[in-house]
Ligand binder design. Structure first.
Ligand SMILES: [Zn+2]
Length: 69
């Protein structure tokens, strides 16, 4: 038997279009919507549900050290 590539579709919470996930889907997996380019995260796997991921990837983690002792 040939293993079929596992494909799952979920709905983009932003534009409502179908987002296809290839392979195993894991909780917390990041996926970018091909339609609106929203950065999404898998919040549910059965059935697969997507939600907006925290948009902190573009930010450089500048730790503001105000506490100057
Ligand atoms: Zn979308």
């Amino acid at each position: 038997m040939e293993p079929r590539p596992q494909r799952t579709t979920a709905e983009c919470p932003d534009c409502g279009e179908k987002v296809t996930l290839r392979g195993a889907v894991a909780l917390g997996q990041r996926v970018t919507c091909p339609h609106c380019e929203a950065v999404l995260e898998v919040v549910e796997t059965d059935p697969v549900e997507l939600d907006w991921a925290e948009e902190d990837e573009d930010l450089d983690e500048d730790e503001e050290e105000d506490e100057d002792w």
